[in-house]
Each structure stands twice: as structure tokens, then as C-alpha cells.
Design a protein around this ligand. Sequence first.
Ligand SMILES: [Zn+2]
Length: 275
Amino acid sequence: MRKNWPQGIKMGVALTFDLDAETFWFSRTMDSKNNPNLMAEGAYGPNVGVPRILDMLDRQQLKATFFIPGWVIEQHTETCREIVRRGHEIGYHGYLHETTYFPEQDRELVEKSKRIMKELLGVEPLGYRAPEAILTEETIANVMASGFEYSSNTMACDWPYYHESGDGEKLIELPFSWLYDDTSHFFFTLQTPERRRICSPSYVKEIWQSEFDGLYDEGGLMTLVLHPQCIGRVSRVNMLEDLLCYMKTKAGVAIGPALDISRLAREGLEESLNS
Ligand SMILES: [Zn+2]
């Protein structure tokens, strides 16, 4: 069996939230900006979802990563400061949640968002998640050159692995799957392109728990990708809390921010390379 984790750890669960807020809607179509109700749906994330999620995480004594576009930090600064105050990690997620196919533009967006994070929150992001997980061939090289410690974007397998550059530099990847993305199961909108999924929390919990059980046996990684405007509804936060309680009953499961899980993964991969 593959060895992905250091001694004593059987499985990693990276608990991540993409706080896209209103940018979630701009990045579908810029017209969304002129629709106050769509903007309100986006603002529900920081205004209602995040406080509910933060309280649940406190109850469970768990820390998480919040990947946040720079614009959201400018517009919802106090909410983002509260996330930092409560001990959670902040990761990079674009400025306006834009997808870019130009490496130069990607570098500019990274610089701009890093500046905003430093000025308004006093933090430097070490994790990179591209909006919509859309990457170009050059993105990973950019991520390495920009001083990030890990990436959580690609979906090659369900355990951590390395991206390697030509000169031997390595970047740890925490892959995810659309299966672990809340919007795959819950995202409903009448806006074009339409999405009409409102699954019951118990149905989604069954999928996530079965994946967790299988990956636990295999010693894999589960990277939950959750959006406060989607998972932040009360029935879904309750389901997530039940699931996390279940995970905590299993020995050797590391549940935490992506940065912590990436460091464990790096340690495990180095041990296995050296053994
Ligand atoms: Zn996003």
C-alpha cells in the first residue's frame, strides 16, 4: 500500500472553504452585478454562512482554510479579519475570482491579492487555489515562483503528490474532486447557465461519508471544497458538523487547514522516498 502520511497518521482531511461571495456570480456573467438579488445571494456567504461555520468549527475545535478573492477581502474586511482572529488560514483565490489563461496576468493578480491580504489582514497566503480550478500549463510554475507552499487544484488522484519543475523544485498538491464540492450537489439558480440541484443533506452526507470510509482504509486524502453561500445554510452546516464528528471518531485522521495537511503530506512523501 502507498505510504502518504508520516508515522501515526492514517488519512488527511483538508477542510477548505472558498469564500467567493459576490464574485461567484460575476465570474458566471458580469451582468450579475446589475442584479441585486444575485449580489445578495453572494453576500449571504460572508454575512450569514461564515459566522455560522466559524461557530461550528469552534464547537468542533477545528481549523480550516478560507481561499478568498482579494476583492472579497476589500468588501468584507471585518468578516475576513474575524476568520483570521479565530485562527484559520487564508489562501489565494484570484482577485475577482477571474479565470486567466495568461501567465503574466496571473502573476499580477497574485501580487495584487497578496498586497491586499497583507495590508488588510496582515497575512501572507501560502496556498493557491485557482478560481474554478482552471489552470494553464504555466500556472504551476508561476505558483512555485510566487512563493506558495502548496497547490490545491488538480485532480490526478486521491492522495497528495508533487508537481516537479525542470530544475528539481517540488510543490505539494492536495487534489480534490468535484464530488467533494458542495456546489455539485446543492447549487440551484435560475440564472443562465442554469443549475438546478438541491440534494438533501443526508444524501450528500452518505456520499461524503462513504468516500471518507474508503479513503480511510486506503490512507488517502479528502479535500472538502465548500462555499459559505452554499454549505452555510443551517441544514447543511448541521450535516457537515455530523460528518466531522464521525471523522473524529476514527483513529489517525488529521483534519485541518490545507497548509497543515500539506506539511504532513510532504513529511510522509519524503519519508517514503527515503525509505
Ligand atoms: Zn471559487
